[in-house]
Design a protein around this ligand. Structure first.
Ligand code: FCB
Length: 435
């Protein structure tokens, strides 16, 4: 079995991380533009990023050359909606329109993320996720995007990793707006994120021109059994409070349980009415998930596991996460799995032969995709989006952390295919046969 004939081989990016042109064509600032001074490594910013805004056509041409079947990108809310009154910035919208036109011409399926963390400053200045009106603001933005793109877009992801940006931005002050909330205000933030997801699903279903396929991008670090008898306890641990330990607020599965089952954890989200529960848990078409690593059933031992293989961010390399993750998530949520992110950060640079050799990245792809193929033998897996198409601004880590298949020379913004890009192109060409 393995990968289906129409398996979506793709790559993923997010607007703020690649677009640049932060103050052009009517884009208004996001919290990332206005609030991160002193918080990002080397004081770097997304003002220019990879200049994708101006190089979009060449980028799509190169994606086609790589053979990508799909491309996951995000629309920047601050590029499309200028103020709290909901004024539409046509020029911003036109950019995404030409992007989907280019993708269509290249035969690449667009996967659109509606919110990948770039909250407009106007929204923040009116309270951001603390203002109960945010679900209306978001719904209006989604309407505008769906009306503009849905004759060419079928796959919609409402929100990227709510379990991450919610707490990281509003509870532990690591991402902008660097808030330290607790108790009822924090619950309000979390609940407003859920409600905004729900409103987006509603708007997409009501207005989309092409029959839409709707999901979101959650995240999961599955617990990994080493022995047969650890399988059941690993499943249980993946979806237990134990797996939430070390996370700033609730577990990944709390979000997914709320969204798929309407099982809204009161401690995390506060009380919801029956109407709200129904809004939050409308049926989805697939389970989108970002998986980078997993937690061993027997946790890594600081003595015995010294020097464990990790990426440049320190995340353990755990290929079996792409086997157990889809398997466990399908078992629990019973939705086809779409890997919306998975990738490797290395320490890459232009080498003396003018190329970028990244053998660890290739090995990562081989091992992880081999496991995903095993998963695809057992449960429905729709596609795989590699994070990332190109090196980009890794949020507060700035530009040192290079997740790309394409190396970006940030002085010239030239893209250079790393060896892993050629390898991935080959995987796509053979539909993963040789993994
Ligand atoms: C994910 C984010 C993505 C990128 C990768 C490395 O959590 O969704 O934007 O930063 O991590």
């Amino acid at each position: 079995m393995g990968f289906s004939k129409d398996f979506l081989w793709g790559a993923a990016t997010a607007a703020y991380q690649i677009e640049g042109a932060a103050f052009e064509d009517g884009r208004v600032p996001s919290t990332w533009d206005a609030m991160t001074q002193g918080h990002v490594r080397h004081n770097e910013t997304g003002t220019y990023a990879c200049d994708h805004y101006h190089r979009m056509k060449e980028d799509v041409a190169a994606m086609k050359k790589m053979g990508l079947k799909c491309y996951r990108f995000s629309v920047a809310w601050p590029r499309v909606i200028s103020d709290v009154e909901g004024t539409v910035n046509q020029k911003g919208l036109d950019f995404y329109r030409s992007l989907v036109d280019e993708l269509e011409a290249a035969g690449i399926e667009p996967l659109v993320t509606l919110f990948h963390w770039d909250l407009p400053m106007w929204a923040y200045e009116h309270g951001g996720w603390l203002n109960d009106d945010i679900a209306d603001w978001f719904a209006h933005y989604v309407e505008v995007v769906v009306d503009a793109l849905s004759d060419k877009v079928r796959y919609w992801l409402t929100i990227n990793e709510p379990v991450c940006f919610g707490p990281v931005s509003w509870q532990v002050a690591v991402h902008p707006p660097f808030m330290r909330l607790s108790g009822a205000p924090l619950q309000k933030v979390m609940k407003n994120i859920l409600l905004s997801h729900g409103r987006a699903v509603e708007v997409i279903r009501e207005r989309a021109a092409l029959p839409p396929l709707v999901g979101l991008a959650t995240t999961c670090s599955p617990v990994l059994p080493a022995l047969k008898e650890e399988e059941e306890p690993s499943y249980n641990k993946t979806f237990s409070n134990e797996s939430a330990e070390g996370l700033p607020h609730a577990g990944e599965y709390h979000w997914a349980d709320a969204i798929v089952f309407g099982d809204v954890d009161e401690k995390t989200f506060g009380k919801v009415t029956e109407e709200e529960r129904a809004l939050i848990s409308q049926p989805l078409d697939f389970f989108g998930v970002n998986i980078y690593s997993g937690d061993r059933f027997t946790p890594l031992d600081p003595e015995k596991d010294r020097g464990y293989p990790r990426n440049a961010c320190g995340w353990p390399i755990e290929p079996e996460a792409l086997y157990w993750g889809p398997k466990f998530l399908y078992r629990r949520y019973n939705l086809p799995i779409l890997i919306t992110e998975n990738g490797f950060a290395g320490i890459d640079f232009l080498m003396s032969d003018g190329k970028v050799h990244d053998p660890q990245h290739i090995d990562f792809l081989k091992k992880y995709l081999h496991e995903l193929k095993r998963a695809a033998d057992e449960v429905p897996v729709l596609g795989y989006c590699h994070w990332s198409l190109m090196d980009n601004m890794e949020w507060c880590d700035g530009y040192d952390t290079r997740f790309g298949l394409w190396f970006v020379n940030y002085t010239t913004c030239e893209r250079i295919w790393k060896d892993s890009a050629y390898f991935y192109a080959d995987v796509i060409k053979t539909n993963g046969e040789e993994l």
